[in-house]
Ligand binder design. Structure first.
Ligand code: ADP
Ligand code: MG
Length: 301
């Protein structure tokens, strides 16, 4: 493509809410054969809500207090469900008329993991997150939680385990909805002869509504956040890959792909790792990126 064709495509992209950080993307897009989508926040809206809870109420409330310190969509859903909004991200209590004084100083330690959060609330050790996080940290998940965990996954939801002092005491079931136009996006890529892969930290059963769809060629489920970049690297061997992510837990994968496209509200976080940022938060804009590339490349000769 000529510098003029590229410059005009960059400008056109910007007018449509697509920020191009690397002008070589239009030429590189021509040879793309695989697009990898992150699931949560990318193929789904990322607007998580709590759909069910089981277990000890005190743990659930303490878990919610810890989650106020995490910006993960799951954390926000759990914090919202317990009305713990008045606890500031730094753990301090926001001074407001409604703030409950009894909350002051309840969280005395906090740690964030790729698959959850942990800390000390009311002097009790609390852990919240993926069942694997419990296994990793040597916390027990009693047999009675196997069924609620399985049921949640079968419904396409995400089960989050909460626990105190080394043992799980409850399950919070969180869910979000697929983005409206995710299926047409996948179908159009399929028509272009591009392979589509889905990458998620969630269990395989949480992905069936996506994996059963025509045009979806690969699903990599149960990939921990720190494994996403490696999966993209392996998948990308001998191929030209695009990674599309929302920036939550997937910035290294965006950087690893030949071309990283950041989508939506997490874009500010992921922009560093991405070549393109879609600030419209609209999956349809991905098709626009491919169209602009086609236009720029057509004007080459
Ligand atoms: P995805 O790969 O679908 O985009 P993530 O990589 O962001 O999802 O998260 C993977 C899993 O890690 C979540 O489904 C959840 O089980 C767990 N997780 C991550 N952060 C949190 C948190 N703050 N609280 C509870 N669970 C979490
Ligand atoms: Mg995500």
């Amino acid at each position: 493509a000529t510098p003029l064709a590229i410059a005009s495509s960059v400008r056109e992209a910007l007018e449509r809410g697509i920020v191009v950080f690397d002008e070589t993307i239009f030429e590189r897009l021509r040879d793309v054969d695989t697009v990898v989508f992150d699931k949560t926040g990318t193929l789904t809206t990322g607007e998580m809500r709590v759909v069910d809870t089981t277990g000890d109420e005190h743990t659930l409330e303490r878990a919610a207090l810890l989650e106020t310190r995490s910006s993960h969509p799951i954390a926000e859903a759990i914090a919202d469900a317990y009305g713990t909004d008045e606890v500031a991200p730094d753990g301090g209590v926001v001074e407001s008329a409604e703030a409950d004084d009894s909350r002051q100083g309840r969280v005395s330690a906090f740690e964030s993991y790729p698959t959850g959060v942990g800390g000390t609330v009311d002097g009790t050790d609390v852990l919240v997150g993926h069942p694997d996080l419990f296994a990793e940290r040597g916390w027990t998940v009693p047999q009675r939680f196997t069924e609620p965990l399985d049921d949640a996954r079968a419904d396409g939801h995400v089960p989050v385990v909460v626990g105190e002092d080394g043992t799980a005491t409850g399950v919070v079931v969180v869910g979000d909805s697929p983005r409206e136009n995710w299926n047409t996006t996948v179908e159009r890529l399929d028509e272009r002869g591009v392979e589509v892969a889905i990458l998620t930290g969630d269990d395989e059963r949480a992905t069936t509504r996506f994996s059963d769809h025509p045009g979806v060629d690969h699903v990599f489920a149960g990939v921990p956040p720190e494994g996403k970049a490696e999966t993209v690297r392996q998948l990308g061997a001998g191929k030209q890959t695009v990674m599309v992510g929302d920036g939550t837990n997937d910035a290294p994968a965006l950087a690893q792909a030949d071309l990283g496209i950041a989508l939506g509200s997490g874009t500010a976080l992921a922009a560093d790792a991405a070549d393109v940022a879609i600030v419209t938060d609209d999956l349809d804009s991905l098709e626009t990126v491919f169209e602009l590339a086609r236009g720029a490349n057509r004007r080459v000769k």
